[in-house]
Design a protein around this ligand. Structure first.
Ligand SMILES: [Zn+2]
Length: 393
């Protein structure tokens, strides 16, 4: 069953024209186009699922006005596969292009989200719609998950979907998480622990530093200790092709005036974690490093919401590259399995499905840029791969 390039491109363009900037990426430019967030695109997705013959469509409000959408489609067997697509996009404030015009030009669909990651959403909706009109069903039941809040805010949509699926007792054979991977089946992602370290000193006039305790100066050995930790991690043998964990100090703030000994200084520290590392152990180690190095009292707090099983961050996601679904997608796309350094909803889905792969057209290096586009040829290629996998009949 062939769905034409124009149909695929129009479906993706229609989604791009519905702004869905993550509220944590909001700004004046995004707000010109109406309310930020995923509410409008969720409504469109739900309507398209209904039109394409879904047997059930659920709107699951994760945060006010920001629902996940679950569209359940009957298959010809009682087994189930899942495609997860995040519905939010990153900021449009620095875009040099009209962000939401969804124009089809130079062989591409242009606009924020075209690549990351409305391409897969649009292609899948166009396929389901045409199969429904032709009286076809996919081989297995299909659950299309449109999840909010992937780009910022701790993967809240994926965090919400998981217990929903578990409570309904869903047995999921294969799960595809849509992201731009250049059609490579990604079978491993690093996890993340993110903390804020705050040094608490004592303020005094800067003419009398002896009367205070300088929190900014106290942070210097803390930062040096994290630099040393990064060197230690870099020298460890790697357990998988994901390599080693890394640690970076990415933000600093502190001080109230040029003539005041600062009483407070904070840094943000991000720790990418690899298979075999437990987020709680990693958090404890970050806290030990900070406290051992800091000459004044210091507090370490996690900046990520706890995972549903109560962990202080996201463990890495990894499954061996010889699994059937990884190999199937690599053959179908003519690519090789890969691992990726970025985070994605897959970090919330370990163990939820028998097999879990991150997959989609385009390169992550082209996402989040001042212009964004997806090639229509890639939409056609994706439609072929999804049709082969989902096997309508
Ligand atoms: Zn994405």
């Amino acid at each position: 069953m062939y769905v034409g390039a124009r149909t695929l491109a129009e479906e993706v363009a229609g989604l791009v024209r519905i702004p869905s900037v993550n509220p944590l990426h909001a700004g004046p430019r995004a707000e010109e186009y109406g309310p930020v967030g995923e509410g409008a695109i969720a409504a469109r997705l739900a309507a398209r699922c209904e039109a394409a013959g879904a047997r059930e469509v659920v709107l699951d409000e994760v945060l006010p006005g920001r629902p996940n959408v679950y569209g359940l489609f009957r298959g010809r067997s009682d087994r189930l596969v899942v495609v997860d697509v995040h519905t939010d996009t990153v900021t449009v404030e620095s875009m040099t292009d009209p962000p939401f015009d969804g124009r089809i030009e130079q062989g591409s669909v242009w606009g924020r989200g075209a690549l990351d990651t409305k391409a897969t959403l649009g292609v899948l909706l166009a396929l389901l719609d045409s199969w429904h009109r032709a009286g076809l069903r996919p081989e297995h039941g299909l659950l299309l998950v449109g999840s909010v809040g992937e780009e910022a805010g701790g993967l809240v949509g994926a965090t919400r979907f998981r217990p929903w699926a578990e409570q309904r007792g869903l047995r999921i054979d294969r799960m595809l998480v849509a992201e731009p991977t250049e059609f490579r089946p990604v079978h491993g992602l690093k996890g993340l622990v993110l903390v804020e370290v705050t040094a608490h000193g004592t303020a005094s006039h800067s003419a009398r530093p002896d009367l205070g305790a300088n929190a900014v100066e106290a942070m210097a050995p803390v930062i040096a200790a994290f630099v040393a930790e990064q060197e230690r991690l870099g020298a460890l043998p790697a357990a998988t092709e994901l390599g080693n964990g890394t640690v970076s100090v990415t933000q600093i703030s502190g001080g109230t005036g040029s003539n005041v000994i600062p009483e407070r200084c904070s840094v943000t520290v991000g720790r990418r974690i690899v298979p075999g590392e437990d987020p709680d152990d990693v958090l404890a180690r970050l806290a030990d490093i900070a406290r051992a190095a800091c000459p004044v009292p210091c507090k370490v707090t996690s900046l990520l919401p706890r995972t549903p099983d109560g962990r202080a961050g996201s463990p890495a996601f990894y499954q061996p590259p010889d699994s059937d679904f990884v190999q199937y997608l690599a053959r179908a796309a003519g690519t090789a399995p890969a691992v990726a350094p970025f985070g994605a909803n897959a970090l919330r889905y370990s163990g939820l499905a028998d097999e879990l792969v991150v997959f989609g057209p385009g390169s992550i290096e082209d996402a989040h840029q001042d212009t964004e586009r997806v090639a229509v040829a890639d939409l056609v290629r994706l439609a072929g791969i999804l049709t082969g996998w989902l096997a309508p009949g």
